[in-house]
Every structure is written in C-alpha cells, then in structure tokens.
Design a binder for this molecule. Structure first.
Ligand SMILES: *[C@@H]1O[C@H](CO)[C@@H](O)[C@H](O)[C@H]1NC(C)=O
Ligand SMILES: *[C@@H]1O[C@H](CO)[C@@H](O)[C@H](O)[C@H]1NC(C)=O
Ligand SMILES: *[C@@H]1O[C@H](CO)[C@@H](O)[C@H](O)[C@H]1NC(C)=O
Ligand SMILES: *[C@@H]1O[C@H](CO)[C@@H](O)[C@H](O)[C@H]1NC(C)=O
Ligand SMILES: *[C@@H]1O[C@H](CO)[C@@H](O)[C@H](O)[C@H]1NC(C)=O
Ligand SMILES: *[C@@H]1O[C@H](CO)[C@@H](O)[C@H](O)[C@H]1NC(C)=O
Ligand SMILES: *[C@@H]1O[C@H](CO)[C@@H](O)[C@H](O)[C@H]1NC(C)=O
Ligand SMILES: *[C@@H]1O[C@H](CO)[C@@H](O)[C@H](O)[C@H]1NC(C)=O
Length: 295
C-alpha cells in the first residue's frame, strides 16, 4: 500500500479537525492494499465476547457487511460479494483492540466511507466502539510538459498555440492556464482527459492566444485529493535582450549555422588557393617553355 507521506499528514489533520475525531481519511493508490484503521482503547475484553462489523457507512443498503468477526472467528456468511477474498483483520493485533481492516487491491468502486462497529455480547449486544474511515484514491500527476510556439523576431499579434500534457494521475485533474504577467486565468481552447486501463488519467490541453512581445504563460495541473498543483512555465521576453526560452533556442540554431557557413567558406577559400597556385605554376612553366623555344 502506498501512502503519500508529503500530503497525507497535513490532509489528515485538517480533516480530523474539521470533521469528527473518529473519522479518518486514507489515501491509497489504485491496485494497492489499504489499511482501514479501527482502534478500541477501552478495557480489554475476551474476543469470544465481541462482534466486529466493518460496513459501508455512506450506503448501508448496498453492502451491510464488508467483514465480520463473530465469537473470535471470521464469518463470511453475510459478506458482500465485492469484498470476498479481499479483506483481512490483523490477527496478531486483535487482542490489543486493533480491529483495523486490510483491504486488498483497491479500485475506484472502493472509494467509500467505511464504518467499524464493535459490539459486546452480553444478554443483549452493546456498541462499545465505532470508527469511520474515508477511503480516497489518488495518484500524483507527472510533471507537466509545456510546449510553446517557435517564434521569429516579430510575430506579435499572430495567434500562437501552447500545449500542455501530463499523466499517471487520479482522480481527473483540473487544468489551469495562467498569464503570469497579471496572474489571470486564460480559458483553454482544448481539454482532453483520457482514462487508462489502470484507472489513471492523462491530460492534454491547448491554449491559443494572440502573441505579445513578452509572454509568460503557466500551465498548472491540480490534483484536488492530494491538494497538489504541478506547473510548467513558458517565458518569452523581448528578442533584443537575448533571454527567453525560444530566443535562446534560436541563438543556438544561428550559432550552429554560422559554424557551418565558416567551414564551407574555408573549404571554398582553400579550393580557390589551390586553383590559383595551379594557374600561377602553369603560367610560369608556359613562360619557361616559350623562353626556351625562343632561344
Ligand atoms: C497486498 O497484499 C497481498 C496479500 O497480503 C500481497 O500479496 C500483495 O503483494 C500486496 N500488494 C501490494 C501492492 O502491496
Ligand atoms: C456466521 O454467522 C451466522 C449468523 O450470524 C451463523 O449462523 C454461522 O454459523 C456463522 N458462521 C461461522 C463460520 O461462524
Ligand atoms: C475466494 O477464494 C476461494 C478460494 O481461495 C475461491 O474458491 C472463491 O471462488 C473466491 N471467491 C471470489 C469471489 O473470488
Ligand atoms: C493496528 O494494526 C495495523 C496493522 O498491523 C498497524 O499498521 C497499526 O499501526 C496498528 N495501530 C495501532 C494504533 O496500534
Ligand atoms: C485487482 O483488481 C482489478 C480490478 O479492480 C483486477 O483486474 C486485478 O486482476 C486485481 N489484481 C489482483 C492482483 O488481484
Ligand atoms: C497577459 O497580461 C498582460 C497584462 O494584463 C496583457 O498585456 C497580455 O496581453 C496578456 N497576455 C495574454 C496572452 O493574454
Ligand atoms: C492550484 O492552482 C489554481 C490556479 O492557480 C488555484 O486556483 C488552486 O487553488 C491551486 N490549488 C492548490 C491545491 O494549491
Ligand atoms: C513557474 O513559475 C512559478 C512562479 O513564477 C514558480 O513557482 C514555479 O516553480 C515555476 N515552475 C517551473 C517548473 O519552473
């Protein structure tokens, strides 16, 4: 099971304060195993006098038993089909009141609020502990790749296209295009979110704007669950100062061109020298010949 060490504690404590003390948020990755926590800290009771039920809290109609422990034994008779062979209690922890549930191979349909109910069996059943766990699935998006237009010195006023792509994330992202000059949002001209077989999404978005001499554009991919924004920048400053991504690329290209031109002219020059040398040599020999002939 993968937690997200950077984000989880913050998110958790935030939700714990904002909601109820007994509710916990677990963030798990698709296909991983999730541990839903249920800790009873009261006085120790023999397992055979307890019943522990894991249920779906937000929709008890759909599935009333995710996992049941009755008289110290797993009881599968009422377990919902979608959880068959996918749940385990931690047997070495039960005696100490740790009734956490291991849920194997989580998928989108497991994104529910779960409830753990611990009952003490006397003449009647008494609830001695309850806990709720919200299971959220998430995966970080990859660092977005932003491509900007290759611009010549003066394309001001022309329409230019930017594109931004990212992938391997969950759930569906929000995409923001931002004009860094005044921090305003720009509406995307195209937004494509593609689901993949492994449950993750990839995203592709384009932005069409009228070019200005100084352009600073940012593409930002937001993962709401992880409270994470990943961004990529495009900076194009006025050509004259030589900074800016594209001008730099152009400079590089021009540099290579100049080098090639230099090599070509050297070759031509050497050729010319050779021809000249030949010509001078033959003129001299011709003179010698005519001289001899005249003698
Ligand atoms: C989940 O748990 C099962 C059984 O304990 C184990 O075989 C599997 O490798 C685990 N999967 C992951 C992604 O940790
Ligand atoms: C499961 O529980 C039911 C009633 O709650 C009981 O009839 C059955 O014997 C139990 N099964 C096992 C394997 O304990
Ligand atoms: C659970 O596992 C048992 C034996 O390992 C198997 O017979 C049964 O078909 C499985 N049930 C589901 C719903 O996968
Ligand atoms: C309960 O058991 C689980 C599984 O072994 C463990 O990860 C967790 O830390 C335990 N919690 C407490 C409070 O002991
Ligand atoms: C995990 O669940 C998915 C469906 O949600 C299934 O396609 C896959 O085979 C399962 N993997 C394992 C290791 O059971
Ligand atoms: C970005 O904002 C600046 C300042 O408001 C504005 O001059 C420029 O046209 C904007 N660029 C785009 C591409 O909208
Ligand atoms: C991500 O960026 C957008 C646009 O700037 C902003 O509205 C949103 O609040 C940011 N989200 C987070 C989690 O920082
Ligand atoms: C883009 O610029 C913003 C602020 O201008 C900065 O916080 C962010 O780290 C930059 N991102 C990249 C990938 O350079």
């Amino acid at each position: 099971m993968t937690f997200f060490p950077h984000h989880l504690p913050l998110f958790l404590s935030f939700r714990l304060v904002a909601v109820a003390l007994e509710e916990e948020i677990i963030v798990s990755k698709l296909g991983d195993n999730a541990t839903l926590s249920c800790i009873y800290q009261g006085r120790k009771l023999p397992l055979k006098n307890l019943r522990v039920y894991w249920q779906i809290a937000d929709d008890p109609e759909e599935c009333s038993v995710v996992h049941a422990l009755i008289s110290g034994q797993d009881n599968e008779s009422e377990q919902c089909i979608q959880f068959k062979n996918r749940t385990q209690l931690f047997w070495d922890r039960l005696e100490s009141g740790n009734f956490s549930l291991l849920l194997l191979n989580v998928s989108q349909s497991d994104e529910r609020t779960y409830k753990c109910v611990v009952l003490q069996k006397t003449e009647y059943n008494k609830v001695i502990h309850q806990a709720e766990v919200v299971l959220s699935l998430a995966a970080s998006y990859s660092q977005p790749i932003l491509s900007g237009p290759i611009r010549n010195s003066d394309s001001t006023g022309e329409e230019v296209t930017f594109s931004c792509r990212s992938g391997n994330g969950y759930p569906e992202p929000n995409v923001y295009w931002i004009n860094k000059t005044d921090n305003s949002r720009l509406p995307p001209s195209e937004l494509e979110i593609t689901p993949h077989a492994d449950g993750t999404y990839s995203v592709f978005s384009t932005l069409k704007v009228k070019a200005t001499s100084n352009m600073q554009i940012e593409c930002s991919i937001e993962n709401k669950i992880l409270q994470e924004n990943l961004s990529a920048n495009y900076t194009h400053l006025k050509q004259s100062d030589g900074s800016g991504t594209e001008s730099h690329k152009n400079l590089e290209k021009n540099g290579r061109g100049a080098q090639a031109a230099g090599i070509v002219s050297i070759v031509i020059l050497m050729g010319l020298l050779a021809v000249l040398t030949c010509w001078l040599w033959r003129r001299r020999s011709a003179k010698l010949v005519s001289y001899t002939g005249n003698e």
